[in-house]
Design a binder for this molecule. Structure first.
Ligand SMILES: [Zn+2]
Length: 276
């Protein structure tokens, strides 16, 4: 039996390996909604089997954002009859780019060479990239599952430019805007706006009993506030260091509250967003 954790109100969460990715499930009387699909057909098959232990209802899918571990399993869900895939418009645009890039070297598919070799090669069943067509923009979208509804909403750019939040009567699924047990992933991020989004999540937190991060264990509000404060402080420190030595922003790396690799990405992304 799959290791589901019940969160109340028809909501549950499945912790998966190897990335401690959290898969969400919300079950109504007519349909059930799955949050994120895993990193390829192998993992998606396991997730689907786990979902089918809980419900035989038709499924809809939400991809919280356009990182491979959250949507590479879509094709397996499409093969299982899912036609409604939700994502933020920016995430859908990025996923379409990954689809169009095929198996080019340096592409997103390379990330799963070890765990999902068929997906990496783009060969075999359920290895195509399925781009969400149920698009969420700035306005929240309510998905009615029959007696249970789920709100999909966007709080602005953060971990990526298209992070969707998924709110149920008991639980907020944050995608990788919040991660437990790992430093924030800055690769495609907008650090200054991300700190604001985290404050916004904290302000909404009282509405939800549980917060499920993209990876790792459930998070308290204190975790989210610490993450927000740390990021806001890092933004200030990096900006100040950049003012003092404009030619060498890497000078700020030792003073930032992240490891060297995270700090390098952080500065790169902070400089990038300042130019926009
Ligand atoms: Zn991510």
């Amino acid at each position: 039996m799959a290791n589901w954790r019940e969160l109340g109100g028809g909501t549950s969460v499945l912790a998966t390996e190897p990335l401690r990715l959290n898969i969400g499930l919300v079950v109504g009387t007519e349909r059930a909604l799955v949050v994120d699909t895993g990193e390829g057909p192998r993992q998606a098959a396991e997730v689907l089997a786990a979902v089918r232990e809980k419900t035989e209802l038709p499924l809809v899918v939400v991809n919280t954002h356009a990182h491979y571990d959250h949507y590479f399993g879509n094709a397996a869900f499409a093969a299982a009859g899912v036609t409604e895939f939700y994502a933020h418009e920016n995430a859908a645009a990025t996923i379409a780019q990954v689809r169009d890039a095929g198996t080019a070297a340096g592409g997103e598919r390379e990330a799963v060479a070890d765990t999902e070799p068929e997906m990496a090669a783009g060969e075999g069943e359920n290895t195509e990239i399925v781009v969400p067509t149920a698009i969420v923009r700035d306005q929240p979208v309510l998905v009615d599952l029959g007696g249970v509804s789920v709100t999909l909403f966007y709080l602005g750019r953060g971990h990526t430019d298209g992070d969707l939040l998924v709110g149920t009567s008991s639980t907020l699924f944050s995608g990788d805007l919040v991660e437990e047990g790992a430093p924030p992933a800055f690769e495609d991020s907008y650090p200054e706006e991300w700190a604001d989004v985290l404050r916004h999540i904290s302000a909404l937190r009282h509405r939800y009993e549980h917060l499920v991060p993209g990876h790792g264990g459930l998070c308290s509000d204190a975790t989210v506030r610490t993450m927000a404060d740390t990021m806001a402080t890092a933004v200030r420190s990096a900006r100040q260091a950049t003012r003092e030595t404009p030619d060498d922003a890497t000078k700020a790396i030792p003073i930032l509250p992240y490891g060297p690799e995270q700090s390098r990405l952080f500065i790169q992304r902070l400089k990038g967003s300042a130019l926009r």
